[in-house]
Design a protein around this ligand. Sequence first.
Ligand SMILES: [Zn+2]
Length: 378
Amino acid sequence: MKKSITPNQIKQNNYSLIYHYIYKNRNVSQQDISYNLRLSRPTVTANLTKMENDGLIQKSGQIDTEFVGRKASAYSIVPDFRVGIGVEILKKEVKIIAVNLYGEKIDRLAFDFDYEETESYFRTVCHKILEFKERLGLSEEHILGIGFAMQALVSPDRKTIVYGKILSCTGLSISRFTKYLPYPCSFIHDAQSAAVAELWISPELKNAFYLSISKHLGAAVITNGEFLTGKHGHSSTIEHIQMEPRGKLCYCGKHGCIETLCSLTALLEEKETPDEFFLYLRQGNLIYKKRWEHFLTNLARSVNMLHLVYDTDFILGGYLASYLCQEDLDFLYEKIRQITPFEEADDFLRISKMPKHNITIGSALPYIQKFLNTLAES
Ligand SMILES: [Zn+2]
């Protein structure tokens, strides 16, 4: 039997509806809210007053309103009412970011620090996070949680690293961090984190194959807005698909994995930076052009194979994304057409819209999303 809705639920629902309306439209008048949500003015006024008292929204100047023909008070949410923190743990560096309720960067901090599984490492990283939080003037209640993006596969409960060869951190427990941090903390696979950030700014994306092309290669498969993890947690670890049995040694111990062909490590010489490489390439240097076309040809082979498995949009993300241009996509389409059995449309490759800070931001976003989802219960 269908349960009837209680007056209290209606109240909570209105509160949440109004908050999300302001959140989505950024700067709105009481009249806009009342008209667009079909709610009475007294209901809207009462909710706005409560929300303002709760610290969730603020008056933000005056705006024109079509309903009364004069300026009215505008309301916006308080973007840093709650904050999520994202941390990326790399072999030689740690990156920290604080994001507001819009998933926007408030501030960030990066420092060189070699990863090692010692007490002093975890203590130092956590102290840096706490100092960062202090510097931003954030109180305890501001922090929704801290996501740790790892170059590793993570258990479904996000508390343990189940496979971490790059950092040699297999078996690592989140308790090594939470011991020093009084906030909810969780691990997230770095490629998934980047894909979370991509979905945040492209909410229309329901299905996609996200390729994170950075120093190392990673991927995340998104289907119906959810990430595929699989029976044993290693869905989408396409970087270890073997393309060339006699190829270069991969860090996984096998030879010729996609990682050894399509990561930035595969593209760049030792000590060469992407800035240098793309400067010479875009200046028309033929040696760089040859190297780039060799790389793109391997990328086309890999994308084609994956595309045959999952016919969906492919997002080329990671550190490489900010260097990519339409000409590169055209080259990829051409190469894919040469090897694929179907008539291929040129509409499934997309360059990431968020190549910067995507991993750190993405690791904080699940906490922001959870907060927004549960607001109705607050
Ligand atoms: Zn491998």
